[in-house]
Design a binder for this molecule. Structure first.
Ligand SMILES: Cc1cc2nc3c(=O)[nH]c(=O)nc-3n(C[C@H](O)[C@H](O)[C@H](O)COP(=O)(O)OP(=O)(O)OC[C@H]3O[C@@H](n4cnc5c(N)ncnc54)[C@H](O)[C@@H]3O)c2cc1C
Length: 323
C-alpha cells in the first residue's frame, strides 16, 4: 500500500496555513485507506520548518533543501515533487489550490501519468479508494469523483477544512532531487501597492458582488452603508478581476479570509471560494434577487430583493438611528 503525500508551500518564511489543511485531510483519510502520511517541504534552509511540520500532522517529512528551491519555479518544484512521490511511494498527492499549485499540479500529474482532480473541498475514503468532491456550475452543484486505481494528484481549496491542530510524532528525511536544466528563472516578487484596506481587522464588512453591476455603484451604494455602520467595504472576486476595486478588497479563498462581527453580502451568489473567506463571520446578512442563491445557506438573515432597494434604505435607517 502506498502513502498520501502532502506538498507544503512556504510563504514569507513560514509554511502556509493551507499546508496544515492538507495535513488535516491526509491524517483524516490515512487510517481508512491503510496508508501513511508523508510530506514534502521544499526550499532553501527549511530544516526547522520541516521538523515543525513533522510534529504537526506531516508524518514523515521529506526535505528537499536546495538553493534551486529558494523561490518557486515550476521546473524545480515539479522535479522535487516527482522525487518525493517516488521516495514516498505515494498514490495520492495533495497540493493546495493556490497560484503555484495550479501551475505545478497538472504537470506533476502529467509527468506521473496520474489522474488529476482540481479544486476539491473534500476527500473521502470508501472501501479503501478515494473520492473527491468539488463544486460545479458556480457552486450550485457538488460533483463527487471516484478515483480509479492508480496514482492521483488532487488540488484542495484553501480554507475548505480546518488546519491540523495538535501534535503528532513525525520525522524528517533528506530528499535528493535531480534538477533539470531550468527553462524558467525566478526574477523577483512584486507586491501590490498598499491601499490602506485591511479587511482582516474590520468588525463590520459590507461586500458587493457582480450583482452591483458597475464600478461607480460601489462608492454610491456599498461604501455609504459600510461608512454608516463604521465598517469596511469588501467585494467578491469578479469585482476585482474586472478592475472595479483593487485586490485588497477581495474576500475569499484567493483574497482575504475574514471573520467580522457582521458581514453583509449584497449581490453575491455565494460560490464556495467566497464562502470560505467569510462563512466564519459572527452574523451574516445576504441580499440577493435569486431565492436559490447559495449565499442564503450560510446567512443568518436572508433578504430576497433588489440590493438597490435594500442597501440605500438600510444606509438611511442606520444614519437616522445614529441621529
Ligand atoms: C481558484 C478560484 C479562486 C477563487 N477565489 C475567489 C475569491 O477569493 N473570492 C470570490 O469571491 N470568488 C472567488 N472565485 C470566484 C468564484 O468561483 C465565483 O465566481 C465568485 O465568487 C462569484 O462572484 P459573485 O457572487 O459576485 O458573482 P455571481 O456569481 O455572478 O453572482 C452575482 C449575484 O448577484 C445577484 N444579483 C444580481 N443583481 C442583483 C441585484 N440588483 N440585487 C440583488 N442581487 C443581485 C445574482 O442573483 C447573483 O446571485 C474563485 C474562483 C476560482 C476558480
Amino acid at each position: 500500500m502506498g502513502s498520501i503525500l502532502v506538498v507544503t508551500e512556504i510563504q514569507n518564511g513560514e509554511i502556509r496555513e493551507a499546508s496544515y489543511e492538507l495535513a488535516s485531510i491526509a491524517q483524516g483519510i490515512a487510517s481508512g485507506s491503510g496508508r501513511e502520511v508523508k510530506s514534502l517541504v521544499a526550499g532553501s534552509g527549511v530544516g526547522s520548518l520541516a521538523e515543525a511540520f513533522a510534529s504537526k500532522g506531516g508524518g514523515t517529512v521529506l526535505v528537499a533543501d536546495d538553493d534551486a528551491l529558494a523561490n518557486y519555479n515550476v521546473d524545480g518544484f515539479n522535479a522535487a515533487i516527482r522525487a518525493a512521490v517516488d521516495e514516498a511511494d505515494a498514490d495520492l498527492v495533495l497540493i493546495s489550490n493556490t497560484p503555484s499549485g495550479w501551475d505545478v499540479a497538472p504537470r506533476v500529474a502529467a509527468g506521473l501519468d496520474a489522474g488529476f482532480v482540481g479544486d476539491c473541498f473534500r476527500v473521502e475514503v470508501e472501501d479503501g479508494s478515494f473520492s473527491f468532491h468539488r463544486r460545479i456550475f458556480n457552486g450550485k452543484l457538488d460533483a463527487k469523483i471516484n478515483a480509479a486505481p492508480g496514482k492521483i494528484v488532487a488540488t484542495i481549496q484553501p480554507g475548505a477544512v480546518a488546519p491540523f491542530e495538535g501534535s503528532t510524532e513525525g520525522s524528517t528525511q533528506p530528499l535528493s532531487v535531480d534538477f533539470p536544466d531550468a527553462r524558467v528563472q525566478f526574477k523577483e516578487i512584486k507586491t501590490s501597492e498598499s491601499t490602506g484596506v485591511d479587511l482582516s481587522k474590520a468588525d463590520i464588512i459590507v461586500s458587493g458582488g457582480r450583482g452591483v453591476g458597475a464600478p461607480e455603484k460601489f462608492p454610491e451604494t456599498i461604501q455609504p452603508l459600510a461608512d454608516a455602520l463604521g465598517g469596511a467595504m469588501g467585494a467578491s472576486r469578479p469585482v476585482v478581476d474586472a478592475g472595479w476595486l483593487p485586490h485588497p478588497y477581495q474576500v475569499g479563498s484567493s483574497g482575504q479570509v475574514v471573520q467580522p462581527k457582521l458581514y453583509i453580502a449584497a449581490g453575491i451568489s455565494g460560490a464556495i471560494q467566497h464562502l470560505v473567506g467569510m462563512k466564519a463571520s459572527n452574523f451574516i446578512i445576504a441580499i440577493n434577487k435569486d431565492p436559490d442563491a447559495p449565499i442564503f445557506e450560510v446567512a443568518d438573515v436572508g433578504v430576497v430583493a433588489d440590493l438597490f432597494d435594500i442597501v440605500p434604505a438600510l444606509t438611511n435607517a442606520v444614519s437616522e438611528a445614529k441621529g
